[in-house]
Design a protein around this ligand. Structure first.
Ligand code: PLP
Length: 393
């Protein structure tokens, strides 16, 4: 039986593929250290678990409105007001089944066949696939390593055509962990307003920032930019709630309404219990978020120097998220590999460390290592990689 054309060109998520391969090796008894994880290694804070159980015991186990519970929308509105200083109305918010699905729904309602979406490289693996699934065309701009992987306003302006519908800004970034400054966002915003391009601002790693870095949402810079931006965020990374699948979009009422219509025919609503958990996440104590942030920062400080002491590894220092994205082209060459994909494959099989090759993020000279795992394992993994590279060179 033939499959639909729209799925034939889909690339499976490289992140999930490596994680599955590492798991398979582990099950065969291999001592593999997985640095592929895209999720915090902490449990969901207890008060959030309690709120979820309580909601079920009270009988809140039925459908909710498609765009989410009014109380959750209010909690999100309060969060956006407190953190970003922006006022939204309930009809400008939709809660969905994780930020990933919210983005999927957004592209479905936004794009006609052939519409272009500008995606800076390196990018999160799902953006191009989601754009293509909606009939759109991903247009890549290179975030140059010498510019900390960030695109400039000039690059953006040059990439815009009369087919351009939107640009994606992901700050802090997966996979690089870099953050756009307020000044840089203003410059990009100026171009988007001039050319009437929608800004999709994926802020899922907002709470995980280090070294005194500041997260700024492009939507908070002016009322015009607020009108031109759809903020994407959620509880997955901030509150260690990846499995609960709660994310949201905030922005233009017409777009949110279309997304709500689509959700009403696809998901009906995000899981009710998870919505109650998310209310507790936003309205409850935020200390657990800060504790997790601190733990990530401590790991980063310890392992960054160790990683960059490996011969042939250079790395832009991340300011957020929980990934390191070193350029390992020289190391791969020194070790006798044709490309970084082969080097990463050998790291898994021979050094028993699972990392994600940068090719899946549009940047083939790099690898992504997640530090969402214990310091012990991280140190062991980096020692293994170092030993592997030194032995081969
Ligand atoms: N955006 C980025 C940049 C991510 O890295 C991820 C998760 O890996 C998501 C969105 C999706 O998060 P969620 O778990 O809310 O679907």
């Amino acid at each position: 039986m033939g499959l639909a054309n729209r799925v034939l060109s889909l690339t499976p998520s490289s992140t999930l593929a490596i994680t599955a391969k590492a798991k398979e090796l582990k099950e065969q008894g291999e001592d593999v250290i997985g640095l592929g994880a895209g999720e915090p290694d902490f449990n969901t804070p207890q008060h959030i678990l309690d709120a979820a159980v309580e909601s079920m015991n009270e009988g809140f186990t039925k459908y909710t409105p498609s765009a989410g519970l009014p109380a959750l929308k209010q909690a999100i509105i309060r969060k956006l007001e407190t953190d970003q200083g922006i006022a939204y109305q309930p009809n400008e918010i939709i809660v969905g089944n994780g930020a990933k699905h919210v983005l999927y729904t957004l592209f479905q309602v936004l794009l006609n066949d052939g519409d272009e979406v500008i995606i800076p490289t390196p990018y999160w693996v799902s953006y191009p696939e989601q754009v293509k699934l909606a009939g759109g065309v991903p247009v890549f701009i290179e975030g140059k390593e010498e510019n900390q992987f960030k695109i400039t306003a000039e690059q953006l302006e040059q990439a815009i055509t009369d087919k351009t519908k939107a640009v994606i800004i992901n700050s802090p970034s997966n996979p690089t962990g870099v953050i756009y400054t307020e000044g840089e966002l203003r410059e990009l915003g100026r171009v988007c307003l001039k050319k009437d391009i929608l800004i999709v601002s994926d802020e899922i790693y907002e709470k995980l920032i280090y070294g005194g870095a500041k997260h700024v949402s492009i939507a908070q810079l002016s009322p015009e930019l607020k009108g031109q931006t759809i903020i994407i965020n959620g509880v997955s990374k901030s509150h260690s709630m990846t499995g609960w699948r709660i994310g949201y979009a905030a922005g233009n009422e017409t777009i949110i309404k279309a997304m709500t219509n689509l959700a009403s025919h696809s998901t009906s609503n995000p899981t009710t219990t998870a919505q109650y958990a998310a209310i507790a996440a936003y309205n409850g104590p935020q200390e657990p978020v800060e504790e997790m942030r601190k733990a990530f920062e401590q790991r980063l400080e310890i392992i960054y120097n160790k990683l960059t002491s490996i011969p042939g590894f250079t790395c832009v220092k991340p300011q957020g998220a929980f990934y390191l994205f070193p350029n390992v082209k020289s190391a791969a060459e020194m070790a006798g590999y044709q490309n970084v994909d082969d080097f990463a494959a050998a790291l898994l099989v021979e050094a028993k460390v699972a990392v994600i090759p940068g090719s899946g993020f549009g940047t083939p000279d790099n690898i992504r290592l997640s530090y969402a795992t214990s310091l012990d394992l991280l140190e062991k993994a980096i020692a293994r990689i170092k030993e592997f590279v030194e032995a081969k060179s």
